[in-house]
Design a protein around this ligand. Structure first.
Ligand code: GLV
Ligand code: GLV
Length: 321
């Protein structure tokens, strides 16, 4: 019999067709609702492959209970939701989709940066709420983007793509990263600085690091205290890299000017989330890689990783702990 692949979310026909050529396909039939955890666990027991995404938590218990699983392929670059170590111990590949979503996610990061700097959501609200009154000299004045200092924490692929966009605005680019990125320095004019200098001097602070034990609450009260009171904080990586309560207090107390957030510690958030009560927060529902073209590529790449693993090949992009 054919190997069995389970998809945790409804995928377009071309993707299921691609898989059905070599596998029996099972799928959670809803596109907008995650599969319940107990169903996923049950499916994983007998599946040869799992096609998953950022909203699925795949823990050690589930991996240990899997009897013939060969690959966990996530339609994402981030894989903090998967116990990679447990998978590795059982020689199960964890595959992800780096590269294809880099530029799309950098676009969204820059969109958030610009929207926050120029207070675009507040402007939209003013119009929609019929509050556009007489001209006023300092009405909705924001922060300049051109020639401002862009501080990037985590200079990976997406960090570099954000920096590249910054060069078009004549920004002064500084970054902090575990290893120096000499090529990026030369190509983008970015300068490696220590964390304190980045926090203390940047007009825009962007976190672009993966979420790991080491980066949990990397941006905490101390970090916000160091930032300029005019600083704008941008996060399109993972919510867990930031202490949200500290962020709330920093915004509320005017320790920083604003924040643009595509990610939150517990997603999805609801409308009563404290951060949403602040006018200087621009919030989006984790749509960094959500362009039609990129999401299609991510899905195709994920299906391909599964087919590779089931043919006994190593998938193109696997992660290791
Ligand atoms: C999305 O957040 C991803 O990791 O691809
Ligand atoms: C993801 O592509 C990253 O390394 O930033």
């Amino acid at each position: 019999s054919k190997p069995y692949v389970y998809l945790t979310r409804k995928m377009p026909q071309n993707i299921t067709d691609q898989l059905a050529a070599a596998c029996d396909v099972g799928m959670w039939e809803k596109a907008e609702e995650p599969v319940p955890q107990h169903i996923l666990k049950e499916e994983m027991k007998t599946a040869d492959a799992v096609f998953c995404n950022v909203s699925d938590v795949i823990d050690k218990d589930m991996i240990d209970a899997a009897e013939q699983l060969k690959v966990i392929a996530t339609m994402a670059v981030g894989y903090n939701n998967i116990d990679v170590k447990a998978a590795q111990e059982k020689n199960i590949y964890v595959a992800h989709t780096p590269g294809v979503l880099t530029e799309t996610t950098a676009d969204l990061t820059f969109a958030l940066l610009m929207a926050s700097a120029r207070r675009i959501p507040e402007g939209i609200d003013v119009i929609k709420n019929n509050e556009w009154g007489a001209w006023a000299p300092f009405f909705l004045t924001g922060q300049d983007i051109y020639q401002a200092r862009l501080g990037i924490i985590g200079m990976g692929r997406i960090g570099e793509a954000v920096a590249k966009r910054g060069t078009g605005f004549d920004m002064d680019i500084v970054y902090h990263n575990r290893t120096p990125k000499k090529e990026a320095e030369q190509r983008l004019g970015a300068r490696l600085v220590d964390m304190d200098e980045l926090l203390q001097t940047s007009d825009f602070v962007c976190v672009m690091t993966p979420y790991t034990k080491e980066t949990h609450h990397l941006i905490d009260k101390q970090a916000f205290d160091k930032m300029k009171s005019s600083a704008i904080f941008i996060n399109t990586s993972r919510g867990g890299t930031v202490d949200e309560e500290a962020l709330y207090n920093a915004l509320k107390n005017g320790d920083i000017r604003g924040a643009g957030l595509d990610v939150f510690e517990n997603e999805p958030i609801s409308a009563d989330h404290p951060l949403l009560s602040l006018p200087n927060v621009t919030a989006l529902p984790h749509i960094g890689s959500a362009s039609e073209t990129t999401r299609k590529k991510m899905a195709e790449m994920t299906a391909n990783h599964i087919l590779q693993a089931l043919r006994g090949e190593t998938p193109d992009y696997i992660v290791k702990e």
